[in-house]
Design a protein around this ligand. Structure first.
Ligand code: ZN
Length: 168
């Protein structure tokens, strides 16, 4: 009976709250509400940049991602493992830089120093993820993340009533 119910699922999705056909996947809503802007600005930094720029001014250029509030609401959940790697990257670079630099000097080799730097950085990153998974409920966070990602992939937003419909 369950299989029959699944195969009979209608092709056309309707909002579970108001039966409207104007519903979109969260991923589509998020994509539509995300735009990339270019910006450029001139600023006079507090430190002296005169050796590099004759006017002492710096031009900044870049792009930034802008999301509407709706797109933020419909954004996919963040992968907790990236968060841990992100937090471990900074101390990893400091430690790797310290050990890489000092061993590079004592062995008088830039490449050995670079290898030590990369090795220490990798150990810190993998170690942080390992400790997080083992002692800080990391596996549970990953399971939660996968569940909410799965949920997100099946979530639809209704543009008529603003309701959320989850299709399973
Ligand atoms: Zn609706």
């Amino acid at each position: 009976m369950q299989a029959l119910g699944k195969s009979q699922r209608s092709e056309c999705m309707l909002c579970a709250h108001c039966n409207s056909e104007n519903i979109k996947r969260f991923s589509v809503v998020c994509e539509e509400g995300t735009s990339t802007e270019n910006f450029s600005a001139t600023s006079k930094p507090v430190w002296n940049t005169k050796p590099f720029s004759p006017l002492g001014k710096q031009k900044m250029q870049g792009t930034r991602t802008v999301k509407t509030d709706l797109a933020k609401r419909c954004s996919p959940p963040a992968d907790p493992e990236y968060g841990v790697l992100y937090m471990a990257a900074f101390p990893g670079i400091i430690l790797g830089g310290y050990f890489g630099f000092s061993s590079g000097i004592s062995w008088n080799s830039f490449w050995l120093g670079l290898i030590v730097f990369a090795a220490v950085l990798a150990i810190v990153l993998f170690g942080a993820v390992f400790l997080w998974k083992k002692f800080l409920n990391g596996n549970k966070s990953i399971a939660n993340y996968r569940a909410s990602l799965e949920n997100w992939q099946h979530s639809w937003y209704c543009s008529k009533c603003g309701g959320v419909t989850v299709s399973k």
